[in-house]
Design a protein around this ligand. Structure first.
Ligand SMILES: [Zn+2]
Length: 399
């Protein structure tokens, strides 16, 4: 009997066991659920109103989640400031997590095949579960992204469509994961961390990134800091962080960077490249991650990389303008292998759960990325803090 057959039998037995526990057709619930509750509705530019609606009926394939918390993403901040996606009125929030309090009779498992029960902690994911290898790039190409993403659905009769609320209705067919074995802060950080799991997977396709590689990470915002943590959990030791802010560089060290270079201490690219070289004991980097949205930073990073080295560019989440490079010196004569990275696949999402557990187990202060927490009724303050770029990750936490 092969592994597949054994798996099938186990699945059948488990399915049978679950079948015997749910005799009734009514949705299973966990104690009293209010008939009405709050959502944070973006009703205009920079204007979020707390509104109350009836919690809708939960269909046979649906899940009702009591929201525990949700991070503010750059996407949320753009929508709050300018409504570039034309979603208003909308309940934002896609980096959210909470507890299942009610589920339809057909709901048995999450998108990875893990059983789901009342009381389980879950997250949703913006990648459709039908094809775990599909990337955000494919979604953009097919123009199918957006229709199904909780937190980016214009207000409709359900109302509880985004994580900035007391409850979220997860419709049947959505991508949902049981992450009960992660604490609340880790669950809020899943989405941004998945971006770096994907970037490191992209970097690995070059064949250049190894355990003993000298790696430079440029930019120590949340993305760069998580990048360092992912590299560190993979066992890579020789990491130099580059940024212009000492506070961020100090945090980079605690996240696993071996050395730091403050670009403000060096005038001109030659001096800066020299400082990076010194940090590796007289060698340039084997591999570099570009984690800023600055075109100048993109131009500079080639100077930090050795001949035959690799580069992963992931900083340009939005258009930051053109960058100038010299194709002869920077790419051809050095034989640089360059990859771009864009969001994540569903497989990366699952890997992220394990990454978070490992990062915490080896003592990386990953949860300190959440620098500010606000209750739902202070969500406008939370967005103002985010827009002012104070702190790293801003989260809304429900009591
Ligand atoms: Zn996001």
């Amino acid at each position: 009997m092969n592994n597949n057959e054994i798996e099938q039998i186990v699945k059948q037995v488990l399915a049978g066991m679950q079948g015997t526990t749910s005799g009734s057709t009514a949705p299973k619930t966990a104690g009293p659920i209010p008939s009405r509750s709050r959502v944070a509705m973006l009703t205009g530019i920079e204007k979020i109103e707390i509104q109350e609606y009836d919690i809708p009926e939960i269909g046979d394939d649906d899940i009702l989640v009591k929201v525990e918390g949700c991070g503010i993403c750059g996407t949320d901040a753009h929508e709050y400031k300018r409504d570039p996606f034309g979603l208003i009125p909308v309940v934002l929030g896609h980096e959210g997590t909470g507890e299942i309090v009610k589920m339809g009779k057909n709901v048995k498992k999450d998108s990875a095949g893990k059983p789901l029960a009342i009381g389980d902690k879950v997250v949703t994911c913006m990648i459709f579960k039908d094809n775990p290898d599909i990337t955000m790039y494919d979604l953009n190409k097919q123009n199918v992204g957006g229709g199904d993403i909780y937190g980016l659905i214009p207000d409709n009769e359900t109302h509880f469509n985004g994580w900035f609320a007391d409850y979220l209705v997860i419709k049947g067919g959505s991508t949902v994961f049981n992450v009960s074995d992660l604490d609340l802060d880790s669950r809020i950080l899943i989405e941004p961390c998945a971006v770096l799991i994907h970037a490191v997977e992209r970097a690995k396709t070059t064949g250049i990134l190894k355990f003993n590689s000298r790696v430079v990470v440029q930019g120590c915002g949340p993305i760069g800091l998580i990048c360092i943590a992912v590299l560190r959990t993979m066992g890579i030791q020789n990491i130099t962080a580059v940024d212009g802010e000492q506070k961020r560089l100090d945090f980079a060290k605690r996240m696993g960077a071996d050395k730091t270079v403050n670009f403000k201490d060096h005038s001109g690219i030659e001096a800066l490249a020299g400082a990076v070289k010194d940090s590796f004991g007289g060698y340039f980097a084997d591999f570099a991650f570009q984690c800023t949205g600055s075109p100048v930073a993109h131009s500079n990073i080639y100077k930090f990389i050795r001949d035959g080295g690799g580069l992963c560019e992931l900083g340009f989440f939005i258009n930051g303008g053109d960058a100038q490079i010299n194709p002869h010196f920077d790419l051809c004569s050095k034989e640089i292998t360059l990859v771009g990275s864009w969001v994540y696949t569903l497989r990366d999402y699952a890997t992220t759960f394990d990454f978070l557990k490992r990062a915490i187990a080896i003592g990386l202060p990953i949860k300190e990325l959440i620098t500010h927490k606000y209750p739902l009724d202070k969500i406008n303050d939370a967005f103002v803090t985010n827009v002012k770029m104070e702190g790293l990750k801003i989260a809304v936490i429900n009591e």
